[in-house]
Design a protein around this ligand. Structure first.
Ligand code: GLP
Length: 244
């Protein structure tokens, strides 16, 4: 779906999420959201906050699972996805704290595999993800599933691609300060979601969007796996769609 600009597209995505939440609230059921970070989803979060404040949309029945977090990283640090989510969404809505899940960048390395297994278990126990939001990295990563990620991969520690670390350099005030690793949901975890919405804005994303949408399905571009999902949409502004 191609929209005139990111704001219009983001409002549409937020409305889809809000519609599901309202419907589930009526049925007294939970909504499970898979959430992404980065600059791409910020307007969706801003619109959800507005719907909460101005239209009384409640998140009391919402459970969230974030895709990823750098490792190691303190949740209070500027670049932490915990901090990002609090600032853009969680601090401004009424979601109970124990219904929010973000991979923990402070674990001892030996605790990570068990932690990741439990993260998967919690998603299953919540009933699986209803709507998964995604951005896309220049490498074609979804979450932090870098080139080489297998279609059946699950939540795990990964090594970040050089290009991803370069792209994160300004956030960390220099490439040498960007963590070398991250914890991410797997491709398989993402593909298990009922609905997937990948968003991309701006001409910088146009080449990788073309690969993701029109390229052969292959592990060198993990976003191509989404072509096999039955209910995935790619939401673009005109600039990100210009190479299609
Ligand atoms: C990071 C995140 C991804 C995100 C990507 C793109 O790598 N882990 O989830 O999709 O950045 O970032 P942006 O939305 O800022 O372009």
């Amino acid at each position: 779906n191609i929209y005139e600009d990111a704001s219009t597209a983001s409002a549409e995505v937020a409305e889809e999420i809000a519609t599901l939440i309202r419907q589930r609230n009526k049925e007294d059921k939970h909504t499970v959201l898979g959430l992404a970070t980065g600059s791409t989803p910020t307007e969706v979060y801003a619109e959800l906050v507005r719907l909460h404040k101005e239209e009384g949309l409640t998140f009391k029945n919402v459970i969230t699972f974030n895709l990823d977090e750098y490792y190691p990283l303190d949740p209070h640090s500027l670049q932490s996805y915990v901090r990002f989510m609090n600032e853009h969404l969680f601090n401004h809505i009424d979601i109970p704290e124990d219904q929010v899940h973000i991979p923990d960048g402070t674990l001892d390395e030996k605790e990570v595999p068990e932690y990741c297994r439990k993260y998967e278990q919690k998603i299953r126990e919540a009933g699986g993800i209803d709507i998964q939001l995604l951005g896309i990295g220049r490498t074609g990563h979804i979450g932090f599933n870098e080139p080489g990620s297998r279609p059946n991969s699950r939540t795990r520690m990964i090594t970040l691609d050089r290009i991803t670390r370069k792209d994160a350099a300004s956030d960390f005030f220099g490439e040498e300060y960007v963590p070398r690793r991250a914890i991410t949901m797997g491709v398989g975890t993402i593909m298990d979601s009922d609905r997937i919405i990948l968003m991309a804005w701006g001409e910088g994303k146009a080449p990788i969007i073309r690969e993701a949408v029109e390229g052969n399905i292959r592990e060198q571009v993990p976003a191509t796996y989404l072509q096999e999902h039955e209910n995935a949409s790619v939401i673009l502004d005109e600039a990100a769609a210009e190479k299609l």
